[in-house]
Design a protein around this ligand. Sequence first.
Ligand code: FES
Ligand code: FES
Length: 162
Amino acid sequence: MTKISLTVNGSRYEREVEENRTLLRFLREDLGLTGTKEGCGAGECGACTVFLDGLTVNSCMVLAVEADGRKVETIEGEARDGKLSPIQEAFRDNHAVQCGFCTSGMIMSTRELLQRNPKPSVEEIKEGIEGNFCRCTGYQQIVEAVLDASGQLKEKGELRHA
Ligand code: FES
Ligand code: FES
């Protein structure tokens, strides 16, 4: 076991972890933050996407010990004071959530995309979420949600029917 100390959604945690424990399992099972989902467990689906020091990672591919001394952000930190974030509202309003299994990871990837490119094109959105698989929506509503979150949906209303 190794002692680690890290910040998750602004709160400090110190825990003993097994060296082979993934950050995903640590978040879900040790901290009870089950909003981050486990899909493939192999770095392929993006369901487990979280921020690590400001960049998105697949938390199934990162060891908890690698997060020692670092800053992690998960879907649980997205809403503030009981209020959904603009990205969460956009996903809700554009019916971009069906089973919801991909949604936490999608929202993390959307946030990362909009931080580096506040007005992405449809192509750039598709590239930005290409590491996140959704089995339900066919992606169109998700693309619309990202456009909405970036303030572009009204300007591009015709895309609703593309
Ligand atoms: S569960 Fe991590 S990428 Fe699929
Ligand atoms: S909403 Fe079901 S996998 Fe995306």
